[in-house]
Ligand binder design. Sequence first.
Ligand code: AMP
Length: 451
Amino acid sequence: MKFEDLGLSKKVLAAVEASGYTEPTPIQAQAIPHVMERRDVMGIAQTGTGKTASFTLPMLSLLEKGRARARMPRTLILEPTRELAAQVEENINRYSQNHKLTVALLIGGVSFEDQFRKLDRGADILIATPGRLLDCFERGKLLMNGVETLVIDEADRMLDMGFIPDIERICKMVPFTRQTLFFSATMAPEIKKLSQQFLQNPVQISVSPDSSASDTITQYAVASDIEDWAKRSVLRDLINKAENLKNAIIFCNRKLDVASLFRSLDKHGFSCGALHGDMDQRSRTTMLHNFRENNIQILVASDVAARGLDIPDVSHIFNFDVPVNAEDYVHRIGRTGRAGRKGTAYMIVTPEDQKKFDPIEKLIGKEIPWQGDKVAWDAKARRKARKKPDNPKQASAERSEKKQTRKTADTSAKPQKKIHEPKGRKPAEESDHKDKSHAFGGEEFIPAFLR
Ligand code: AMP
């Protein structure tokens, strides 16, 4: 199959060629002809499959006819997070280099003024997170009756983040005759129900079995004792011994752990940054930019970064914690092995993780091989470890752990202004942690729906 066979416009085909794509990915080959016919589409596809281009390329071709009017976007793309929205905008800017189309981004955490100005001028494509979109609508800055195509991207993530009531409201505001494109990485029963509510006679496309992990990712489980200091030591060892480590994302389950793990790695001299939902938008954007540009090698992240972020060519994923939801594992490791490249994913597993670990193997339909000895499952391991610290090193490590956590909790209450500049960092013993704690501050700057 060639891009030329999919019915795309000449301008779009030229942009595809300039992007260096030689052939459509399976989701693109299947979805694009239907989108061009203005059919509703329900696409089950993981990130990394070329999903974004599967809806943006035909959308751009269709938008060549007609023009936008003030405050009346012609296409609305809903994304669950600001990062994803910004990423879709980047993609569209690349693919629309031969067009004169206006793209507006409506996301929280940035000033309304610029966004209103763009809307006033008329946007052909509006990319938005649900909360900010409704906010603008309620302020009278937006009319939804010109929307010809509605895209609901990452529907399972929208569900997890509690956005479905917002999506339902938005769907009632846009014309009934619109085309709807609905994408989700998984097809949980709730997602199926929602798709029936939002779509009319959709074409169903699935490019991989539900919740599968890419075959290009080599996965390992690594046993560790339960204490955080032990897990950190295992992690450092894995990083130091990893083959061909170009860059890595380390996932933690809790925001607080992102903060303390970042500090610890930084202290040990790793080139790292942190990303989670409590950071203000500027810090998040800067951090992602630095990671993309290889200014920092390791990004410690919470699951806010797990879904959909297109950071090409991440070589390694480390799960510092076994994720609570098995599906998050698939999303996390899906940050590597993208577009056919090879990747490696490690998961640190402690004796009490069996309840989280077993569902992951069940979901991905295979056993994750152990690097080193398999962990000895023990649901009461934490309680036992708390009762008797059996060596002085452990006792002292636990004390400093507690101290560090308290420190982190303190800084997380304060908004910080400085942006962490990873390049030219001072040696660990001289480094000033106050300068970096911006990354964990400022809850009050984050709209409630993103907390
Ligand atoms: P997505 O699933 O939309 O996040 O896309 C994942 C990555 O694949 C992005 O870096 C895209 O630029 C890239 N990509 C999309 N379509 C193609 C294609 N047909 N050939 C090669 N790479 C592609």
